[in-house]
Design a protein around this ligand. Structure first.
Ligand SMILES: Nc1ncnc2c1ncn2[C@@H]1O[C@H](COP(=O)(O)OP(=O)(O)OP(=O)(O)O)[C@@H](O)[C@H]1O
Ligand SMILES: [Mg+2]
Length: 345
């Protein structure tokens, strides 16, 4: 009561855009304090690994200036097909303290990496039907990947308070904005430039997560190939900006090919989850590609909505509402990270 909780900044270090969101806790709920983003050249982060840490920390500094970030404390996240393992496991009943002490031993059999090479975390979900057992979500992130991100963030002048995981951030921001739907399977799907993060909620509880290394860079690549364009020009075309000698229809039909390939990957992930999905909530830059949500809904046969990460968050008048509404799906992960507070769980 004597301390006001420090507000932290959610920093989503994506391979295509750096995004920042800051939320203020007010009596009436959350209020948006900051939202901004800067694009990254495509060669800085590849397959979740930082290739050029110097230029990445410069880009972070540029974002800090542009967005006028005043807080040093940040929350970042790691996406990971190759560097993060999230598993739901059954362990003997024990307290949180006991599990903290034995986590390394308990986790060893479930983690395909050397246990000394990963940072481990867990969340106890509750007792199982079998007596003496409980459900636990195990999270293991490779230390070398965490350290790469931490050193870049530090170099840019920030203190990293929490390292989160994309699919959890997605779940957290969903919970702030949507009612739990008992008995329904809702797939939260975030498709960025190079990754898909998926988290399936069953009656509001996460039962399946999966990341894969595919994203909207595929749209850029097919445009580059088809029309012989540089990355930057193809990115402009992707956003429906006029490019000389190329008709919008031509570019759209080429982009549909990439959309189908991305959706093929979404489908493969969904196949690992053996139950029916009732609704998809789509976020990430790919949600902004013209017709992508429609094609996704058609191909997978599931009603698809675009995530509204700021639905229940008050947006002060100083913000450009139309820009925020347009870019909101891209802000989902950063907004989920901005919900975290040091010391929470
Ligand atoms: N109107 C738009 N504005 C910005 N990006 C867009 C737009 N439409 C499509 N995109 C695409 O969305 C992608 C960026 O989305 P997002 O910020 O979610 O990805 P990311 O987090 O940087 O990538 P990842 O998480 O896969 O590493 C880029 O490929 C970009 O071309
Ligand atoms: Mg992303």
């Amino acid at each position: 009561m004597f301390f006001t909780q420090r507000s932290t900044v959610g920093l989503d270090i994506g391979s295509g855009y750096l995004k920042v969101v800051q939320l203020k806790d007010t009596k009436g709920g959350y209020e948006l304090e900051l939202f901004d983003m800067v694009p990254l050249p495509p060669e800085l982060i590849v397959d979740g690994s930082i290739i050029d840490s110097l230029r990445l920390s410069d880009a972070l500094k540029e974002l800090a200036r542009k967005a006028r970030i005043k807080t040093k404390d940040v929350v970042i996240s790691i996406a990971g097909h190759s560097s993060v393992i999230i598993k739901r496991v059954s362990l003997p009943d024990m307290s949180e303290e006991e599990l903290s002490e034995s986590i390394k031993f308990e986790a060893e059999q479930y983690i395909p990496f050397d246990i000394d090479d990963v940072n481990l975390d867990f969340q106890i979900l509750g007792p199982k039907e079998e007596p003496g057992q409980m459900d636990v979500i195990l999270v293991a992130v490779k230390k070398d990947i965490i350290n790469e991100y931490l050193s870049v963030v530090k170099e840019a002048g920030f203190n990293c308070q929490i390292v989160d995981v994309n699919s959890f951030a997605l779940e957290n921001i969903y919970e702030v904005n949507y009612e739990i739907e008992p008995g329904k399977n809702i797939a939260l799907i975030n498709i960025g430039a190079s990754t898909i993060n998926m988290n399936i909620l069953k009656g509001g509880i996460s039962v399946f997560t999966r990341d894969s290394a595919v994203g909207s860079n595929l749209h850029t690549e097919v445009l580059q190939r088809e029309f012989n364009l540089t990355f930057d020009v193809a990115e402009r075309l992707k956003r429906n900006e006029p490019v000389e000698n190329i008709s919008p229809q031509d570019s759209l039909s080429v982009m549909d090919l990439a959309s189908e390939e991305i959706i093929g990957e979404v489908n493969r992930s969904l196949e690992y989850f053996h139950e029916e999905i009732n609704e998809v909530i789509l976020s990430g830059g790919c949600a902004l590609i013209k017709d992508f949500p429609k094609i996704l809904a058609e191909k997978i046969g599931v009603e698809t909505k675009i995530m509204q990460p700021f639905k229940n968050i008050r947006i002060p008048k100083k913000f450009d509402m139309s820009y925020i509404e347009e870019m909101a799906p891209i802000a989902a992960i950063a907004a989920g990270l901005a919900l975290r507070r040091p010391g929470d769980r």
